[in-house]
Design a protein around this ligand. Structure first.
Ligand code: ATP
Ligand code: ATP
Ligand code: MG
Ligand code: MG
Ligand code: MG
Ligand code: MG
Length: 282
């Protein structure tokens, strides 16, 4: 259709290529999930099923896009780090944002019944998405530290808030008033002295969020095919015989180690996580 008199409208579409050689962080966030979580009876402050469903959708994204090296999720949001050399969709911003957001959303809906078997969707949920570029390693580190610190701050607040409401029988307005101006130490004290809750013993997923990384599958396991989860990826799939029929040549080629995606609930603010995974910041 390129030759029609209408085709000139195409020239109004402006390029939106993202700067080369910079880290891309793609973040999505549930649209109006305050309402969505109410309408679908999420457990407060943390619905573990909902978090696991988010992790599942994130895993689907990482399986589809090998250039995503790291995912971090909390509440209704997920952030993904793409390697700075990625040429995904020629680095076209709207193509990347819209395709990834759409895949995450459809995966969330697709897998919903596995996590909420007795709780059918009342309406289709949606997510917003954005990409922020970061030129340097320390920006990427600080970005993920910012999100995990946010997880901690929100979780501490929400844990005390819902203890005051559910066990302390305060109204939501009263609970907000009780918490107004309190520092972290005071929140810990309210939890412990009034509700006998030791914050440090709560589920790590709630306190630290979900960290998705690729890990090498240890060699001995490679033979045991059924034990390798379906999410394996990032390997060079070489056909039994190469197109030229040259089997010898194929065997000499060293395949990348097989990896699978794992979900961790670990600290990503301190150096340890990054030092043991130098491949994240290349
Ligand atoms: P926006 O469209 O601006 O993002 P929002 O209502 O989604 O608005 P957020 O700041 O994204 O606001 O907060 C998401 C809200 O969703 C949380 O405050 C919480 O009420 C709810 N929520 C998300 N995930 C969970 C969960 N796993 N368990 C309980 N509640 C959750
Ligand atoms: P891209 O990701 O670049 O959009 P694409 O494979 O989706 O790649 P399009 O140019 O969008 O390419 O074309 C969509 C293709 O999907 C059509 O060429 C056709 O093969 C198929 N298709 C879409 N809708 C229908 C339909 N209703 N019936 C039959 N085929 C369809
Ligand atoms: Mg928001
Ligand atoms: Mg939201
Ligand atoms: Mg949010
Ligand atoms: Mg298409």
């Amino acid at each position: 259709m390129a030759g029609t008199k209408y085709a000139y409208v195409r020239t109004f579409e402006l390029p939106d290529t993202l700067l080369p050689g910079t880290f891309m962080v793609f973040r999505l966030d549930g649209h109006s999930f305050h309402r969505f979580s109410d309408m679908h009876n999420f457990t407060k402050p943390n619905d573990a099923r909902a978090l696991q469903l988010m992790d599942h959708a994130a895993r689907d994204i990482m399986e589809e896009y090998p250039d995503i090296v790291l995912g971090f999720g909390e509440s209704d949001e997920f952030s993904f780090l793409l390697r700075k050399s990625t040429t995904l969709y020629n680095r076209r911003e709207s193509k990347i944002v819209s395709t990834l957001t759409s895949l995450f959303t459809s995966s969330y809906v697709f897998h919903w019944p596995e996590y909420f078997p007795n709780n059918p969707l009342k309406y289709p949920p949606s997510f917003d998405g954005r990409i922020v570029l970061y030129p340097a390693d320390n920006h990427v580190r600080d970005y993920f530290a910012w999100r995990q610190a946010d997880t901690h701050i929100n979780n501490l607040y929400n844990t005390v808030f819902w203890a005051l409401v559910q066990q302390g029988k305060q109204t939501t307005a009263e609970a907000h008033a009780t918490l107004r101006g309190t520092v972290s130490k005071e929140k810990h004290e309210i939890l412990f002295s009034r509700f006998n809750i030791n914050y440090n013993q709560l589920n790590e997923q709630f306190k630290k969020g979900s960290v998705l990384v690729r890990e090498e599958i240890p060699e001995p396991q490679l033979g045991a095919t059924p034990a390798i989860p379906a999410q394996e990826d990032n390997f060079i799939s070489t056909p039994e015989t190469s197109p030229t029929g040259n089997k010898k040549k194929k065997e000499k080629r060293k395949a990348k180690p097989k990896t699978h995606i794992v979900v961790l609930h670990c600290d990503i603010i301190q150096d340890g996580f990054w030092i043991t995974r130098p491949g994240l910041l290349i």
